[in-house]
Design a protein around this ligand. Structure first.
Ligand code: KIV
Length: 278
């Protein structure tokens, strides 16, 4: 059912949700059509995640996706969801070489896509980059916990913050990035105790991705939720089997053609005039 949204969702609305305790749903999106459907369904927070590398391009990690590709799909998502609070993921390599290179990449993303916020998988040395961006007026979401772009040093896609020192380090970093000017924190794959501590420690909205109920908003990869990927992480609610629906449609199409039921007369264009009658 179509549910047109009244106005653009803003950072103030996100902050207000933190204040009033209203939990928000965020989904990943990578194309115009899905963005339009999300906006019509009332989804107010959309992340153009670098998970596009796997979900859209078929890579086995997020590392290969380019900044150009992320910009192009973020533009498409913005066209489909003009009123959503749109968060653009900064891909691997686009902010690693130096602070200046990071600022340049983020400026390209913001100027070209009309996104509301950029998400950066942050390590402690990125506080300077986040401060520069905040000074320039860019809204930054600092991504902590499991950082898929750092899979090589994390030793795999594992939950983070599961020991006391590791949990304390995440809370400390969340505070450092809030101080540096991040407008929100995203926590991926951490125990609920850790997200609760982060929520208690910082004043900005906290988005969880497999991070327990204390977070103010929750995000999952849409294709996992729709069962379009072969396996979803355990924290994902699988709410529809779109793969089964799509496969049934593909089989039905093949069948109709094989039986010569398609195309029928109702699918044919009629002649505008008969040249023989001229
Ligand atoms: O790229 C992505 O989809 C993400 C979410 C899983 C948080 O970063």
């Amino acid at each position: 059912m179509s549910n047109p949204l009244p106005s653009r969702f803003t950072l103030d609305d996100l902050r207000e949700a933190r204040r009033n305790g209203k939990k928000l749903a965020m989904l990943t999106c990578y194309d115009f059509t899905m963005a339009r459907l999300m906006e019509e369904s009332g989804i107010r927070l959309i992340l153009v995640g670098d998970s596009a590398a796997s979900v859209i391009l078929g890579h086995d990690s997020t590392i290969p996706v380019s900044l150009n590709f992320m910009i192009e799909i973020t533009k498409a998502v913005r066209r489909g969801a003009p009123r959503a609070f749109l968060i653009a993921d900064m891909p691997f390599g686009s902010y690693h070489a130096s602070t200046a290179a990071g600022v340049r990449s983020v400026c390209r993303m913001v100027k070209n896509t009309n996104c509301d916020c950029v998400k950066i998988e942050v390590a402690p040395r990125h506080t300077i980059l986040v401060r520069r961006l905040a000074d320039a007026g860019v809204a930054v979401m600092a991504h902590l916990g499991l950082r898929p772009q750092a899979v090589a040093v994390l030793g795999g896609y594992k939950a983070q913050g599961r020991t006391r020192p590791a949990a304390d380090a995440i809370v400390k970093q969340a505070l450092a990035f809030e101080r540096a000017g991040a407008v929100a924190i995203l926590l991926e794959a951490v125990p609920p105790d850790v997200s609760q501590q982060v929520v208690n420690a910082v004043g900005v909205p906290v988005v969880g991705c497999g991070a327990g109920p204390a977070c103010h908003a929750h995000v999952v990869v849409t294709h996992d939720m729709l069962k379009l990927t072969p396996r979803a992480p355990k924290f994902v609610p699988v709410l529809a089997d779109m793969a089964a629906g799509m496969k049934a449609a593909f089989a039905g199409y093949m069948d109709q053609i094989a039986r010569e039921q398609y195309p029928g007369p109702e699918h044919a264009y009629s002649m505008l005039h008969d040249p023989a009658k001229r």
